[in-house]
Design a binder for this molecule. Structure first.
Ligand SMILES: [Ca+2]
Ligand SMILES: [Ca+2]
Length: 392
Protein backbone atom coordinates (compact mmCIF):
# COMPACT_ATOMS: atom_id res chain seq x y z
CA UNK A 1 0.00 0.00 0.00
CA UNK A 2 1.09 3.47 -0.78
CA UNK A 3 2.59 5.01 2.35
CA UNK A 4 0.74 8.26 1.90
CA UNK A 5 -2.64 6.54 1.80
CA UNK A 6 -1.64 4.47 4.81
CA UNK A 7 -0.73 7.58 6.73
CA UNK A 8 -4.02 9.26 5.90
CA UNK A 9 -5.95 6.15 6.92
CA UNK A 10 -4.17 5.88 10.25
CA UNK A 11 -4.51 9.58 10.86
CA UNK A 12 -8.22 9.39 10.09
CA UNK A 13 -8.59 6.61 12.65
CA UNK A 14 -6.96 8.75 15.27
CA UNK A 15 -9.04 11.87 14.77
CA UNK A 16 -12.41 10.48 13.88
CA UNK A 17 -12.78 7.33 15.96
CA UNK A 18 -16.53 7.80 16.25
CA UNK A 19 -17.12 7.93 12.55
CA UNK A 20 -15.16 4.82 11.61
CA UNK A 21 -14.52 1.62 13.40
CA UNK A 22 -10.90 1.16 12.41
CA UNK A 23 -10.64 -2.27 13.95
CA UNK A 24 -13.15 -3.56 11.48
CA UNK A 25 -11.37 -2.10 8.50
CA UNK A 26 -9.21 -4.73 6.85
CA UNK A 27 -5.68 -4.21 5.69
CA UNK A 28 -5.19 -0.71 6.97
CA UNK A 29 -3.82 -1.40 10.45
CA UNK A 30 -1.95 -4.46 9.12
CA UNK A 31 0.02 -2.16 6.88
CA UNK A 32 1.64 -0.34 9.78
CA UNK A 33 5.28 -1.45 9.71
CA UNK A 34 6.49 -3.51 12.68
CA UNK A 35 8.09 -1.46 15.41
CA UNK A 36 11.86 -1.81 15.72
CA UNK A 37 12.90 -2.74 19.27
CA UNK A 38 16.22 -0.91 19.09
CA UNK A 39 18.27 -3.83 20.39
CA UNK A 40 20.66 -5.69 18.10
CA UNK A 41 23.91 -7.60 17.95
CA UNK A 42 26.70 -7.02 17.04
CA UNK A 43 26.21 -3.65 18.69
CA UNK A 44 27.19 -0.50 16.81
CA UNK A 45 30.86 -0.46 15.72
CA UNK A 46 31.57 -3.63 17.70
CA UNK A 47 34.83 -5.48 17.08
CA UNK A 48 34.06 -9.17 16.79
CA UNK A 49 36.08 -12.38 16.89
CA UNK A 50 34.31 -14.50 14.29
CA UNK A 51 34.59 -14.97 10.54
CA UNK A 52 31.03 -16.21 10.31
CA UNK A 53 29.01 -14.42 12.96
CA UNK A 54 25.28 -14.40 13.49
CA UNK A 55 23.40 -11.13 13.31
CA UNK A 56 20.51 -10.83 15.69
CA UNK A 57 17.83 -8.43 16.68
CA UNK A 58 15.31 -8.33 19.50
CA UNK A 59 11.98 -9.16 17.87
CA UNK A 60 10.13 -6.24 16.36
CA UNK A 61 6.63 -5.56 17.63
CA UNK A 62 3.83 -6.13 15.22
CA UNK A 63 0.75 -3.94 15.45
CA UNK A 64 -1.44 -7.05 15.36
CA UNK A 65 0.79 -9.20 17.54
CA UNK A 66 1.53 -11.58 14.68
CA UNK A 67 4.74 -13.47 14.10
CA UNK A 68 7.01 -11.71 11.65
CA UNK A 69 9.54 -12.61 8.98
CA UNK A 70 12.86 -10.85 8.69
CA UNK A 71 15.29 -9.90 5.96
CA UNK A 72 18.96 -9.36 6.83
CA UNK A 73 21.46 -7.74 4.49
CA UNK A 74 25.22 -7.44 4.71
CA UNK A 75 27.22 -4.84 2.77
CA UNK A 76 30.82 -3.96 2.12
CA UNK A 77 30.17 -0.25 2.17
CA UNK A 78 28.25 2.22 4.24
CA UNK A 79 26.42 3.61 1.22
CA UNK A 80 24.56 0.27 1.01
CA UNK A 81 25.54 -0.47 -2.57
CA UNK A 82 27.73 -3.55 -2.39
CA UNK A 83 25.46 -6.27 -1.07
CA UNK A 84 27.61 -9.31 -0.24
CA UNK A 85 25.21 -11.62 1.60
CA UNK A 86 21.61 -11.74 2.71
CA UNK A 87 19.04 -13.84 4.49
CA UNK A 88 15.47 -13.49 3.32
CA UNK A 89 12.21 -14.44 5.07
CA UNK A 90 13.94 -15.54 8.25
CA UNK A 91 11.37 -16.92 10.69
CA UNK A 92 11.00 -15.00 13.93
CA UNK A 93 12.76 -16.53 16.95
CA UNK A 94 11.40 -16.80 20.47
CA UNK A 95 12.74 -13.52 21.74
CA UNK A 96 15.48 -12.67 19.29
CA UNK A 97 15.67 -13.41 15.61
CA UNK A 98 19.05 -14.26 14.23
CA UNK A 99 20.66 -15.03 10.94
CA UNK A 100 24.05 -16.63 10.47
CA UNK A 101 26.12 -15.12 7.71
CA UNK A 102 26.66 -17.60 4.86
CA UNK A 103 30.06 -16.40 3.70
CA UNK A 104 33.48 -16.25 5.36
CA UNK A 105 34.31 -12.71 6.39
CA UNK A 106 37.85 -11.33 6.39
CA UNK A 107 40.15 -10.33 9.21
CA UNK A 108 40.37 -6.61 9.87
CA UNK A 109 37.47 -5.65 7.59
CA UNK A 110 34.46 -3.51 8.51
CA UNK A 111 31.00 -4.60 7.41
CA UNK A 112 27.62 -2.91 7.33
CA UNK A 113 24.29 -4.56 7.92
CA UNK A 114 20.59 -3.87 8.23
CA UNK A 115 17.41 -5.75 8.94
CA UNK A 116 13.69 -5.35 8.38
CA UNK A 117 10.63 -7.17 9.67
CA UNK A 118 7.79 -7.96 7.32
CA UNK A 119 4.08 -8.58 7.70
CA UNK A 120 1.72 -9.88 5.10
CA UNK A 121 0.98 -6.30 4.09
CA UNK A 122 4.12 -4.38 4.83
CA UNK A 123 7.72 -4.92 3.90
CA UNK A 124 8.78 -2.84 6.87
CA UNK A 125 11.57 -0.33 7.06
CA UNK A 126 15.25 -1.11 7.04
CA UNK A 127 16.48 -0.76 10.60
CA UNK A 128 19.74 -1.16 12.55
CA UNK A 129 21.91 0.18 9.71
CA UNK A 130 24.96 -0.52 11.78
CA UNK A 131 28.50 -1.73 11.27
CA UNK A 132 30.96 -4.08 12.90
CA UNK A 133 34.58 -4.95 12.29
CA UNK A 134 36.20 -8.38 12.30
CA UNK A 135 39.30 -8.19 14.46
CA UNK A 136 42.72 -8.96 13.01
CA UNK A 137 43.35 -11.52 15.71
CA UNK A 138 41.08 -13.73 17.83
CA UNK A 139 41.66 -14.95 21.40
CA UNK A 140 43.90 -18.00 21.81
CA UNK A 141 42.56 -21.32 23.06
CA UNK A 142 43.73 -22.23 26.55
CA UNK A 143 45.51 -25.54 26.04
CA UNK A 144 46.85 -26.59 29.41
CA UNK A 145 46.10 -27.00 32.22
CA UNK A 146 42.69 -28.19 31.13
CA UNK A 147 39.79 -26.46 32.85
CA UNK A 148 39.56 -27.60 36.48
CA UNK A 149 42.83 -29.57 36.43
CA UNK A 150 44.83 -30.12 39.62
CA UNK A 151 48.47 -29.03 39.40
CA UNK A 152 51.18 -30.11 41.82
CA UNK A 153 53.46 -27.13 41.20
CA UNK A 154 53.29 -23.69 42.82
CA UNK A 155 54.55 -22.25 39.53
CA UNK A 156 52.53 -24.15 36.92
CA UNK A 157 53.17 -23.97 33.20
CA UNK A 158 50.33 -22.32 31.25
CA UNK A 159 50.02 -23.00 27.53
CA UNK A 160 47.86 -21.65 24.70
CA UNK A 161 47.45 -22.74 21.10
CA UNK A 162 48.01 -20.32 18.22
CA UNK A 163 45.39 -17.65 17.79
CA UNK A 164 43.42 -17.39 14.56
CA UNK A 165 44.14 -14.20 12.66
CA UNK A 166 46.39 -12.44 10.21
CA UNK A 167 49.92 -13.77 9.97
CA UNK A 168 52.93 -12.06 11.47
CA UNK A 169 54.87 -11.98 14.72
CA UNK A 170 52.48 -12.59 17.58
CA UNK A 171 52.80 -12.16 21.31
CA UNK A 172 50.65 -13.49 24.12
CA UNK A 173 49.61 -11.93 27.40
CA UNK A 174 48.77 -14.16 30.36
CA UNK A 175 46.94 -13.30 33.58
CA UNK A 176 46.34 -15.38 36.72
CA UNK A 177 43.75 -14.37 39.28
CA UNK A 178 42.82 -15.65 42.73
CA UNK A 179 39.11 -15.14 42.16
CA UNK A 180 36.54 -16.08 39.58
CA UNK A 181 35.49 -12.47 39.00
CA UNK A 182 39.06 -11.64 37.99
CA UNK A 183 39.72 -8.82 40.43
CA UNK A 184 42.69 -10.20 42.40
CA UNK A 185 45.55 -10.39 39.92
CA UNK A 186 48.29 -12.73 41.21
CA UNK A 187 50.64 -13.08 38.27
CA UNK A 188 50.94 -11.84 34.71
CA UNK A 189 53.11 -11.91 31.64
CA UNK A 190 52.94 -9.51 28.75
CA UNK A 191 54.34 -10.21 25.32
CA UNK A 192 55.39 -13.86 25.43
CA UNK A 193 56.53 -14.48 21.82
CA UNK A 194 54.58 -17.10 19.93
CA UNK A 195 56.16 -20.48 19.42
CA UNK A 196 54.30 -22.02 16.52
CA UNK A 197 51.74 -24.55 17.70
CA UNK A 198 51.84 -23.92 21.43
CA UNK A 199 53.10 -20.98 23.45
CA UNK A 200 53.73 -21.48 27.16
CA UNK A 201 54.58 -19.35 30.15
CA UNK A 202 55.61 -20.59 33.56
CA UNK A 203 53.99 -18.61 36.36
CA UNK A 204 56.81 -16.52 37.81
CA UNK A 205 55.59 -16.12 41.38
CA UNK A 206 54.83 -18.91 43.84
CA UNK A 207 51.09 -19.48 44.08
CA UNK A 208 49.50 -21.16 47.11
CA UNK A 209 48.71 -24.81 47.56
CA UNK A 210 45.13 -25.93 48.28
CA UNK A 211 43.91 -22.98 46.18
CA UNK A 212 41.94 -22.31 43.02
CA UNK A 213 43.23 -19.92 40.35
CA UNK A 214 41.62 -18.45 37.25
CA UNK A 215 43.60 -17.61 34.14
CA UNK A 216 43.14 -16.14 30.69
CA UNK A 217 45.23 -15.11 27.71
CA UNK A 218 45.09 -12.87 24.68
CA UNK A 219 47.13 -12.42 21.53
CA UNK A 220 48.72 -9.30 20.10
CA UNK A 221 49.80 -8.63 16.55
CA UNK A 222 50.69 -5.49 14.62
CA UNK A 223 49.53 -3.11 17.31
CA UNK A 224 46.19 -4.85 17.78
CA UNK A 225 45.20 -7.15 20.59
CA UNK A 226 42.56 -9.87 20.63
CA UNK A 227 39.84 -10.06 23.21
CA UNK A 228 40.75 -12.02 26.30
CA UNK A 229 39.95 -15.71 26.19
CA UNK A 230 37.19 -16.92 28.48
CA UNK A 231 38.88 -17.69 31.81
CA UNK A 232 39.46 -21.21 33.02
CA UNK A 233 40.57 -22.42 36.42
CA UNK A 234 43.05 -24.83 37.95
CA UNK A 235 43.62 -26.07 41.46
CA UNK A 236 47.04 -26.20 43.07
CA UNK A 237 47.75 -29.15 45.29
CA UNK A 238 51.49 -29.06 45.88
CA UNK A 239 53.49 -30.67 48.65
CA UNK A 240 54.93 -28.18 51.13
CA UNK A 241 57.08 -29.58 53.95
CA UNK A 242 56.19 -28.30 57.41
CA UNK A 243 58.88 -29.54 59.76
CA UNK A 244 58.07 -33.24 60.03
CA UNK A 245 60.51 -35.90 61.22
CA UNK A 246 59.47 -38.80 59.01
CA UNK A 247 56.62 -40.05 61.21
CA UNK A 248 52.96 -39.00 61.09
CA UNK A 249 52.54 -35.65 62.85
CA UNK A 250 48.81 -35.01 63.08
CA UNK A 251 45.43 -36.56 62.40
CA UNK A 252 43.54 -34.77 59.65
CA UNK A 253 40.47 -36.97 59.65
CA UNK A 254 39.42 -40.18 61.32
CA UNK A 255 36.45 -42.43 60.72
CA UNK A 256 36.93 -45.28 63.13
CA UNK A 257 34.41 -48.08 63.41
CA UNK A 258 33.43 -48.70 67.03
CA UNK A 259 31.90 -52.04 66.07
CA UNK A 260 28.80 -51.82 68.25
CA UNK A 261 30.83 -50.37 71.08
CA UNK A 262 33.24 -53.31 71.19
CA UNK A 263 36.32 -51.46 69.84
CA UNK A 264 38.42 -50.33 72.82
CA UNK A 265 41.31 -48.77 70.86
CA UNK A 266 39.73 -45.83 69.10
CA UNK A 267 42.22 -43.01 69.75
CA UNK A 268 43.59 -42.00 66.29
CA UNK A 269 46.51 -40.10 67.88
CA UNK A 270 48.05 -43.49 68.73
CA UNK A 271 49.12 -43.68 65.08
CA UNK A 272 51.35 -40.57 65.44
CA UNK A 273 55.07 -40.52 66.18
CA UNK A 274 57.49 -43.42 66.33
CA UNK A 275 56.28 -47.01 66.90
CA UNK A 276 55.53 -47.46 70.61
CA UNK A 277 52.84 -50.14 70.88
CA UNK A 278 53.25 -52.58 73.74
CA UNK A 279 51.35 -55.28 75.56
CA UNK A 280 50.46 -58.90 75.07
CA UNK A 281 46.77 -59.05 76.00
CA UNK A 282 43.71 -56.88 75.54
CA UNK A 283 44.07 -55.68 79.09
CA UNK A 284 47.59 -54.28 78.68
CA UNK A 285 47.72 -53.29 74.98
CA UNK A 286 48.89 -49.70 74.48
CA UNK A 287 49.99 -47.39 71.69
CA UNK A 288 47.89 -48.23 68.62
CA UNK A 289 44.52 -47.42 67.09
CA UNK A 290 42.18 -50.16 65.89
CA UNK A 291 40.41 -48.89 62.78
CA UNK A 292 37.46 -51.28 63.05
CA UNK A 293 35.87 -52.83 59.98
CA UNK A 294 36.39 -50.45 57.03
CA UNK A 295 37.51 -47.64 59.33
CA UNK A 296 40.09 -45.08 58.24
CA UNK A 297 42.47 -42.35 59.37
CA UNK A 298 44.08 -39.57 57.35
CA UNK A 299 47.44 -38.38 58.62
CA UNK A 300 49.60 -35.35 57.91
CA UNK A 301 53.25 -36.40 57.63
CA UNK A 302 54.45 -32.76 57.37
CA UNK A 303 57.20 -33.89 55.01
CA UNK A 304 57.23 -34.38 51.25
CA UNK A 305 57.67 -38.06 50.47
CA UNK A 306 59.20 -38.94 47.14
CA UNK A 307 59.59 -42.14 45.19
CA UNK A 308 62.85 -43.92 46.07
CA UNK A 309 64.10 -47.46 45.61
CA UNK A 310 61.56 -49.97 46.93
CA UNK A 311 59.02 -48.96 49.54
CA UNK A 312 58.57 -45.27 50.33
CA UNK A 313 56.05 -45.54 53.17
CA UNK A 314 55.97 -47.99 56.08
CA UNK A 315 52.82 -48.76 58.09
CA UNK A 316 53.39 -50.35 61.52
CA UNK A 317 50.70 -52.72 62.66
CA UNK A 318 50.52 -54.24 66.14
CA UNK A 319 48.61 -57.27 67.48
CA UNK A 320 47.40 -58.96 64.34
CA UNK A 321 47.69 -59.08 60.57
CA UNK A 322 44.89 -57.18 58.88
CA UNK A 323 44.97 -55.84 55.32
CA UNK A 324 45.05 -52.09 54.76
CA UNK A 325 44.78 -49.91 51.69
CA UNK A 326 46.90 -46.76 51.60
CA UNK A 327 46.06 -43.56 49.70
CA UNK A 328 48.28 -40.50 49.31
CA UNK A 329 47.85 -36.85 48.35
CA UNK A 330 50.18 -33.89 48.01
CA UNK A 331 47.76 -31.54 49.77
CA UNK A 332 45.06 -32.07 52.33
CA UNK A 333 42.05 -31.50 50.09
CA UNK A 334 43.53 -32.86 46.89
CA UNK A 335 42.97 -36.13 45.08
CA UNK A 336 44.04 -39.18 47.08
CA UNK A 337 45.67 -41.89 44.97
CA UNK A 338 45.61 -45.54 46.05
CA UNK A 339 48.91 -47.31 46.49
CA UNK A 340 47.10 -50.64 46.73
CA UNK A 341 46.18 -53.05 49.52
CA UNK A 342 48.72 -55.04 51.54
CA UNK A 343 48.14 -57.88 54.04
CA UNK A 344 50.28 -55.78 56.39
CA UNK A 345 51.60 -58.41 58.72
CA UNK A 346 53.01 -57.33 62.09
CA UNK A 347 55.30 -55.47 62.61
CA UNK A 348 55.09 -53.40 59.38
CA UNK A 349 54.26 -53.35 55.69
CA UNK A 350 55.52 -51.15 52.88
CA UNK A 351 53.97 -49.10 50.10
CA UNK A 352 55.52 -47.68 46.94
CA UNK A 353 54.46 -44.31 45.54
CA UNK A 354 55.68 -45.04 42.02
CA UNK A 355 52.98 -45.18 39.36
CA UNK A 356 50.84 -42.28 40.58
CA UNK A 357 50.71 -38.85 38.91
CA UNK A 358 52.32 -37.05 41.86
CA UNK A 359 55.99 -36.36 42.43
CA UNK A 360 55.70 -35.83 46.17
CA UNK A 361 53.06 -36.60 48.77
CA UNK A 362 52.40 -35.37 52.29
CA UNK A 363 49.02 -36.79 53.38
CA UNK A 364 48.37 -40.49 53.93
CA UNK A 365 45.00 -42.15 54.33
CA UNK A 366 44.89 -45.68 55.74
CA UNK A 367 41.73 -47.74 55.24
CA UNK A 368 41.03 -51.08 56.94
CA UNK A 369 40.29 -53.82 54.41
CA UNK A 370 39.65 -56.67 56.85
CA UNK A 371 37.12 -59.30 55.94
CA UNK A 372 33.92 -59.05 57.95
CA UNK A 373 34.20 -60.89 61.26
CA UNK A 374 32.24 -60.62 64.53
CA UNK A 375 33.22 -57.60 66.62
CA UNK A 376 35.99 -57.84 69.17
CA UNK A 377 38.03 -55.38 71.26
CA UNK A 378 40.78 -54.57 68.73
CA UNK A 379 38.75 -55.08 65.58
CA UNK A 380 40.29 -54.09 62.24
CA UNK A 381 43.82 -52.99 61.45
CA UNK A 382 45.84 -51.90 64.50
CA UNK A 383 47.94 -48.94 63.40
CA UNK A 384 50.87 -48.10 65.64
CA UNK A 385 52.82 -45.68 63.40
CA UNK A 386 53.33 -44.50 59.82
CA UNK A 387 56.80 -43.70 58.49
CA UNK A 388 58.10 -41.86 55.46
CA UNK A 389 61.26 -43.41 54.04
CA UNK A 390 62.40 -40.95 51.34
CA UNK A 391 61.46 -37.40 52.13
CA UNK A 392 62.52 -33.83 52.62
CA1 LIG B 1 59.41 -46.50 45.74
CA1 LIG C 1 51.73 -45.79 68.29
Amino acid sequence: MNKKILFIAVYACMIIPFLYSCEESTGISDAIPPDFSGEFYPTAHQEISSLQPSLSVLNFKDFNGKSLKYDFQLFNDKSWKQLIDQGTDIQEGTEYTQWKINIQLQFGVRYYWRVRAKTEYSEGNWEVQSDFRVKNIFPPTLYSPIDGETMDSLTPLLCVTDSTGISGQRYYDFEVYADESLTQLKAQKQGQPEISGKTCWQVNVALSTNSHYYWRARCRIAGEQSDWSDPEYFYICACQPAGGNGYAQSVVLSDIDDCDGMNRFMNPNEALGTPNATGTTTSNFRGFVSLGLGGSITLDMKVCIRNGAGYDIRVYQYVSNEPVEVYVSSCRDGTYYSLGTEPCNHPACGFDISGIPLNEVRYIKIVDRSPTVPCYEHIGADIDAVQAIYYH
